[in-house]
Design a binder for this molecule. Structure first.
Ligand code: GLN
Length: 292
């Protein structure tokens, strides 16, 4: 499994770099909100304080970590609450930029945003472009299918059209299994869904993929556990199961917040995450946003 991820995540990063940004603002219609970048002394923290704002990049279609509030249409969720605590620690305003998932890492790398927080799995490939905070949640991949579909393992997705969110770890995994991948030594490895007629269909968000699942255009969606459960809870006729291989192996991932490489912001982010964890706040955020 490790090998699948190592190889397939190279594809994730390629998507991230080359995909169009399609940026949508969630900041009250302001034209642009450049991030702090770094001050003359090279301190991102000083620059953010001088600007009076912390710019968070996210993709608000991943409940409970980030989603658009029904009432206000603003991005809310566990990651937004964590980012607000970081902004409070810095004594600045939080500005949320709602963009495509695969443009978050390149945007943080380019200094457009100060932090990327999007239920983002820490991967070696992403670590080449950005630094990650200590992790604050764990996840595994899940499969969403219509209630009547019998799926016990990845292998049962043979012949199906499988929806994923572009640039995610689920995208990498399904791409590798449908198209094959290379192991660490560069040898071609047959994916478990290769030559079964299975096909991967990419979407901008798991929400859009789930709509197509409901419309019958695709047969399954692969996405992280908590968003899968949230999507199933909101849509009748669907169920979700853990993504496991026939041999019992499964995926395990941990979420972190990304910042530009070698930024002094990382210490602040880690300090806030630790404080929130010690106070039981992150669990509280999860509960609050899982009920909405
Ligand atoms: N955890 C997954 C990843 O990092 C999915 C994140 C997301 O879709 N927001 O790729």
């Amino acid at each position: 499994m490790k090998k699948i991820f190592a190889i397939a995540l190279a594809a994730v990063m390629a998507c991230g770099i080359f995909a169009g940004c399609g940026e949508r603002k969630d900041n009250g219609g302001q034209e642009s909100t450049p991030a702090g970048g770094s001050s003359a002394s090279g301190s991102a923290v000083e620059a953010i304080k001088a600007n009076g704002k912390l710019v968070m990049y996210t993709n608000a279609a991943f409940p409970p970590f980030e989603y658009l509030s029904d009432e206000t249409s603003e991005a809310v969720g566990v990651d937004v609450d964590i980012a607000q605590a970081i902004a409070d620690e810095l004594g600045v305003k939080l500005v949320v930029e709602n963009v495509d998932f695969d443009s978050i890492v390149p945007s943080i790398q380019a200094g457009k945003g100060d932090i990327g927080a999007a239920g983002m799995t820490v991967t070696d490939e992403r670590k080449k472009s950005v630094d990650f905070s200590d992790t604050y949640a764990t996840s595994i991949q899940y499969i969403i299918v219509p209630e009547e579909t019998e799926v016990k393992s990845v292998e049962d997705l043979a012949g199906m059209a499988i929806g994923v969110q572009t640039g995610t770890t689920g995208d990498s995994l399904i791409n590798g299994e449908v198209n094959g991948y290379e192991d660490d030594d560069g040898n071609a490895v047959q994916g478990v869904l290769q030559d079964t007629g299975a096909e991967e269909v990419q979407y901008k968000s798991a929400l859009e993929a789930t709509q197509d699942l409901l419309n019958g255009r695709i047969n399954a969606v692969v996405i992280d556990k908590m968003p899968a459960e949230a999507l199933v809870a909101k849509n009748d006729g669907l169920k979700c199961v853990e993504l496991v291989y026939a041999d019992g192996s499964k995926t395990e991932e941990s979420y972190g917040i990304c910042v530009a490489k070698d930024s002094d912001l990382l210490d602040v982010v880690n300090k806030v995450i630790k404080q929130l964890q010690d106070d039981g706040k992150i669990d509280e955020f999860m509960v609050n946003h899982s009920n909405s």
